[in-house]
Design a protein around this ligand. Structure first.
Ligand code: LLP
Length: 421
């Protein structure tokens, strides 16, 4: 469920007409709904009620300061994967003891930053990383709390580019070697082993792969405890999928996921951490774009938009589907027409959808890409010297620009021409 609905024939974000935002900020732009972000965070929080838990928002999915502040104020922790994300989380007011540092290639500088600024735990992914982290902590006269990310060799049954828990993926340490790696960690003076971490992929539409992985984690918890490790926190990663179309089978709900967690891990007495990104932010955002031209090709018609693959790369990168809807609701019974929906970038890959049926549209009409709040703005670039598009946050009947569109001068002035040229 989200808060982007038609009202009197026009698309709204909560109580604000999309066309009103477009008039104020120009197109294309991203718009997020406070009510949807809040609702999705709470769904997870409630799904884990009764267990000691923390929902850490995977801010790789949407890292705007306003979004982080909103979720942080609701009590969310943050899952960060870089020094930049750590700095953003802190700048948004999230305390260090609610920040979890994930990622397969943390640098010493990133470790130092988090050790000095405060951290809940590092999710460590290799032995060499462990050595460096232990050294970094000792040099600062402290001890780093860690979990070790294990790779459970489970097929997440999702897109190959976002599957992370299979043998052969670069993530975690093989669960078969977990006991020796935990023994090594326990011997390093700069580390305190507190738990286990697992994350098997993103956009999972079934519970079974999670359940398989979590059962392996439950077993490992018992083994490690028997070997003297004080396992008291389980970080279960993110990955619960969202419906990208209104017609396909709906993925499981956070409540069903929470129930499964309770069943597989609830009796271990561990604190539970999860790292959802997409389910919190994905359906809380739209990308709004304008039709520049409708062009008749030899055997098809093209809708040429002012938004492009640099603004929303998921279709070009993963072949991802986003529902695209007109901002003016078509009258009931309006005949639909197939269009190839494309951006203006000079690559055929700059195609959002092929033969997508839409009501007839013309130059100047607005369209909205649904489910664009996760992995949209954060993955955008300025390819073709197209400035990053603005982000807007709606709350009831008010809206605010939460990231402004850079001017062409901003773009140009980022470069420096050496004196000798
Ligand atoms: N935790 C870890 C360690 C992760 O690697 C990820 C996502 C998450 C949590 C959050 O997963 P989520 O709940 O959002 O599924 N750019 C791709 C998605 C990449 C996901 C990477 N890791 C896309 O647009 O589909």
């Amino acid at each position: 469920m989200d808060h982007f609905l038609y009202r009197d024939g026009a698309l709204y974000a909560e109580d604000v007409a999309i066309s009103e935002i477009a008039a104020a900020v120009g197109t294309p732009f991203y718009v997020y709904s406070t009510a949807t972000l809040t609702r999705h965070f709470r769904l997870f929080d409630e799904a884990l009620a009764g267990m000691d838990h923390l929902v850490c928002f995977a801010m790789k999915s949407n890292s705007n300061q306003a979004v982080l502040k909103l979720l942080g104020d609701l009590g969310a922790g943050m899952d960060v994967v870089s020094g930049g994300e750590y700095a953003r989380a802190k700048a948004a007011g999230v305390p260090g003891d609610r920040i979890v540092f994930s990622g397969v290639g943390k640098t010493r500088a990133e470790m130092d930053m988090a050790l000095k600024g405060g951290i809940r735990q590092f999710n460590v992914e290799s032995e060499p990383e462990m050595m460096v982290l232990s050294e970094a902590a000792l040099a600062l006269g402290t001890v780093a709390p860690i979990t070790i990310r294990v790779n459970p060799d489970v097929d997440a049954k999702t897109h190959e580019k976002i599957s992370t828990g299979k043998k052969g993926d670069k993530f975690g340490i093989p669960i078969s070697r977990a006991r020796e790696v935990y023994a090594l960690a326990a011997s390093l003076k700069g580390l305190e082993v507190i738990g286990i971490d697992v994350h098997i992929g993103s956009q999972l539409t079934q519970l079974e792969p999670f359940e398989l992985a979590y059962k392996k984690v439950a077993e490992l918890t018992k083994q490690l405890r028997a070997e003297g490790h004080n396992i008291r926190r389980l970080d279960l990663g993110g990955g619960l999928g969202i419906p990208y179309t209104r017609s396909n089978d709906a993925p499981p709900l956070p409540s069903q996921y929470g129930q499964m967690v309770r069943q597989t891990l609830g009796d271990l007495g561990c604190e539970i951490e999860i790292e959802p990104g997409r389910l919190i932010s994905g359906n809380a955002g739209l990308m709004v774009s304008k039709v520049i031209y409708v062009k008749s090709g030899e055997d098809r018609d093209f809708l040429i938009l002012d938004g492009a693959m640099n603004d929303l790369v998921r279709p070009a990168m993963y072949g991802a589907h986003h529902d695209i809807v007109p901002v003016i609701e078509p009258a009931a019974g309006t005949e639909q027409h197939p269009y190839d929906i494309v951006g203006p970038i000079c690559e055929s890959g700059d195609t959002f959808a092929k033969a997508r049926t839409m009501p007839p549209l013309q130059s100047g009409d607005l369209v909205a890409f649904r489910s664009a709040g996760a992995y949209g703005a954060v993955m955008s670039s300025e390819y073709n010297s197209r400035p990053l598009i603005p982000e807007v946050l709606v709350n009831g009947d008010q809206f605010a620009v939460i990231r402004a569109r850079p001017t062409f001068d901003d773009l140009i002035n980022r470069d420096t021409i050496p004196e000798w040229l």
